[in-house]
Design a protein around this ligand. Structure first.
Ligand code: CTP
Length: 440
């Protein structure tokens, strides 16, 4: 995965998994499993409150490492300094309001906060708490301060919280937290550089469905994996990320806002809604160029008529519309899935596409015969407006995503951010806050 740190390229990446005390602590067990299974060396550092939710034995058994929580056990080991110094990533799951308050204040009253003060590697907080606690000005200020100092604080998911209510504050899916952690680690020491902080990245992903009747549709084989990898990598580099997801069956990207859509028309509406606030729009979705002229209200029965040809009408080209309405400074990225044709190669077709829709970057995929769709790896050629072509050999979709983002970061250089992107505060809780016991 990465060869950062001082011990050479072969050693396993070291992750400190900090666990603070909230009901979502049990989900950190799954994050631990995911990371150990992908070959990471994980040291768990729970707070005292976390141990009231999940015991030391669980952490020790699953990590295969001793668990120390306080500063006074094995004092000769100076763990609060060593653990932080040796880590390639410190990942806090869940990050409670209290833990982030202590981290923002620079407290060092247990091993986890001590580790945070000595860590020189990327630090990733996955908050989980009740909505009011997340939206409280004290938490907003703490999160802002941690981000300002270079930590990556994920936006919590919106959804069901402990009890009957729902809202922002839910811990994102553990698999996706582990994936964002890998996306940070994939950059090695560059993981410290949040080069998309303060930027809003809009990604469309998946494939649209154009319905003929309530159960049948014209669709395509796009899984959304490459778009999700781009969204995850953008989160890992500090961006505020919106994903317009067309029929994607993957868990939502941790830290991103997901807007589910079905048809090209719905995708178009969602993209145009978010695009004016976006510094970058990446159109990774496979958008149907045509839709049936008629969408039948009831299921078409085989007895009802002799088979008719399906009349199709053209869908608007969303990327072409974005090009035409581009906000000054906005970076636009298109995708081109090409098989080549009898008279033209993949790159000829892609260059023609770029001429028709002059985006900043066109990510060209060869598709067909097992390439591109529904697979974990991808290769591409990156075409830029100046005519440059860079070949990216077969690699993971996550690493390809980082290479695309490297180009986007270059293109953004000197361009002003589109604006403030943190979600608006919607309610105020001025009541007392119980320490370190979130319910998210
Ligand atoms: N796109 C779009 N709206 C459409 C169709 C495509 O925004 N109605 C976007 C895709 O998200 C992708 C790019 O345009 O970023 C693909 O360009 P396009 O020329 O439309 O590719 P194809 O649909 O594959 O066209 P062709 O069939 O001519 O290859």
């Amino acid at each position: 995965m990465r060869g950062g740190g001082s011990a050479g390229a072969a050693r396993r990446p070291r992750v400190v998994l900090g666990v603070s005390g909230g009901i979502a602590s049990y989900k950190a067990v799954e994050v631990l499993r995911q990371l150990t299974e992908s070959g990471h060396d994980v040291r768990v550092v729970p707070t005292a409150a976390a141990l009231r939710f999940v015991g030391e034995v669980t952490w020790a058994a699953l990590s295969g490492q001793p668990v120390v929580t306080d500063l006074f056990t094995d004092a000769e080991d100076v763990a609060h300094v060593r653990v932080g110094r040796e880590a390639d990533l410190v990942l806090i799951v869940p990050a409670t309001a209290d833990l982030m308050a202590r981290a923002a204040a620079g407290r060092a009253d247990d091993l986890l906060t001590g580790t945070l003060l000595t860590a020189t590697c990327p630090v990733l907080f996955a908050p989980a708490m009740h909505t009011e606690m997340w939206q409280h000005p004290a938490t907003r200020a703490n999160v802002a301060l941690l981000r300002e100092r270079g930590a990556l604080v994920l936006e919590p998911a919106v959804g069901r919280l402990t009890g009957a209510d729902s809202g922002p504050g839910r811990l994102p899916e553990p698999t996706e937290i582990a994936s964002v952690a890998r996306a940070v680690l994939a950059r090695g020491r560059d993981g410290m550089r949040l080069d998309l902080a303060g930027r809003h990245v809009l990604v469309s992903a998946g494939g649209t469905r154009e319905y003929l009747d309530p159960v049948r549709f014209l669709g395509n084989a796009s899984s959304g994996r490459q778009g999700y990898a781009l969204a995850r990598a953008a989160v890992a580099r500090g961006a505020a990320v919106t994903v317009v997801a067309a029929n994607v069956a993957l868990p939502d990207v941790a830290g991103a806002t997901t807007v589910p859509v079905g048809s090209a028309e719905q995708l178009r509406a969602a993209v145009h809604d978010a695009a004016p606030r976006a510094d970058v729009v990446v159109m990774a979705a496979a958008v149907a160029d045509f839709r049936p002229a008629t969408e039948h209200k009831y299921k078409i029965k085989k007895e009802s008529a002799a088979p008719d040809a399906i009349e199709l009408i053209r869908n608007p080209d969303v990327l072409a519309e974005l090009v035409a309405n581009r906000r000054p400074g906005q970076v636009l990225v298109g995708f081109a899935a090409e098989t080549g044709g009898p008279d033209a190669g993949v790159l000829d077709l892609a260059r023609a596409k770029l001429a028709r829709k002059p985006v900043d970057l066109l990510v060209v995929n060869r598709v067909g015969s097992g390439l591109g769709f529904e697979v974990e790896q991808n290769s591409a050629v990156l075409l830029d407006r100046a005519g440059g072509a860079a070949e990216i050999p077969l690699t993971s979709k996550d690493l390809l995503a980082h290479q695309v983002l490297d180009r986007i970061v270059d293109a953004l250089h000197d361009r002003k951010p589109a604006g403030a992107h943190t979600p608006e505060r919607t309610s105020v809780n001025c009541a007392g806050i119980s320490p370190d016991l979130p319910r998210g």
